[in-house]
Design a protein around this ligand. Sequence first.
Ligand SMILES: Cc1cc2nc3c(=O)[nH]c(=O)nc-3n(C[C@H](O)[C@H](O)[C@H](O)COP(=O)(O)OP(=O)(O)OC[C@H]3O[C@@H](n4cnc5c(N)ncnc54)[C@H](O)[C@@H]3O)c2cc1C
Length: 421
Amino acid sequence: MRSSDGTVHIIGAGVAGLAAAVRLAGARKVAVHEAALVPGGRCRSYFDHTSGMLIDNGTHILMSGNHAARSFAEAIGSAAGLWSPAEAEFPFVDLASKARWTLRFNDGRMPWWVFDKDRRVPDTSVADYLPLARLAWVTADRPIGEVTNCSGPIYERLLEPLLLAALNIEPREGSAKLAAALLRETLALGGKACRPLLAQNGIGNVFVEPAVAHLRRRGVSVTLQDELIGLQFANGRVAQLQFADRVETLGGDDAVILAVPPYVAKKLLPDLTVPTAFRGIVNAHFRTDPPAGTPPMLGVINGTVEWIFALPGRMSVTISSADRLFQMPREELAQTIWNEVAAVTGLSATLPPMQIVRERRATFAATPEQNALRPKAETAWTNLFLAGDWTATGLPATLESAVRSGHRAADLVGERVRAAA
Ligand SMILES: Cc1cc2nc3c(=O)[nH]c(=O)nc-3n(C[C@H](O)[C@H](O)[C@H](O)COP(=O)(O)OP(=O)(O)OC[C@H]3O[C@@H](n4cnc5c(N)ncnc54)[C@H](O)[C@@H]3O)c2cc1C
């Protein structure tokens, strides 16, 4: 088979690949090839027959400062599927002390909330917040534990929950540079950038299915169960794509965006440097109506549970950097988690219908060492570009990173075409 009409082949229909495809659709002929039965990669929703619910592989949280992810949702017409509170507020409960409080960031850049004891973290003073500014403007990449004090109320009740969720790693060993990027794009911009955004009816219904429908309406082929197994090179370019069932020979105008996970990219391009260590995430979904008054998103301190989400007909729990829980028997883990949810919400301790999703390689391990292994979008081959949350976006491995990487790869394809013209 020969494609010589300036086709951009996008390998991988995760959010990075879909974002690249949406950016290019209309301007170029685009073909998306996805190995799995379904698109979405690490960001997907599906009907779980065991619990009888539509669930997400992981309850995804965005922040209102995630401008690329939001613009992607707007481009595919699904932004209305993201719920957000009117204000940037985060209710918390401490399971040890039973204390409850709500962090309330004010909208503007000037952090007035720090001066208001009803808005800031309990048992803190204004001076406790100064180290946050230092962390936000760190230059060399070192473990967060070497840059800021990882103890005391400001750490336990603000930095740790925020960084654990965003970096998916025990913050002490996490990359200070990635933490800094996060702080600069959220807290430093004020509450307008800190409102949480939550897909109440499935993350796939915001970022995946609408993207695929949008692409197909624009004549882009999105082919599932279409695994790329090899690349052939000639004259500094990708010359052939080897799929499981065929070989496609590329023409001079064709380009390739490889938007696969790092361990797949490494198999296809053995000389590529990629992150090699990962961290898992556990999500638990319980089929029950959340009691009236339960906040849509509740941070939990001093528990196994880290975040509780109250969604229509379901309560979900997220635990980041959760590798320690991967060996625990499913029922025992579910009951451990549910006991905490019941304690916080007043629901009965009897386990409702549930599902546990353990994603082993949820994100690359966000240490300084692994962060340094992230490759740029450009490669040694003139028509091959990389995308994925693990490429060198400067952000933690998040939807925002995935979308930005897809946009960057798409823009590079455009630039190369203009340069060749
Ligand atoms: C449980 C969990 C919770 C998360 N929570 C959050 C959150 O709250 N907020 C947030 O912003 N982010 C969150 N993330 C991270 C977010 O999901 C990822 O950053 C994002 O989905 C990564 O997208 P991607 O396209 O870079 O990679 P992937 O989703 O890994 O996509 C790669 C795609 O390539 C396909 N592929 C692989 N090999 C081949 C091949 N040979 N040929 C063709 N196709 C191939 C794969 O099947 C996959 O579809 C979470 C992730 C997980 C797992």
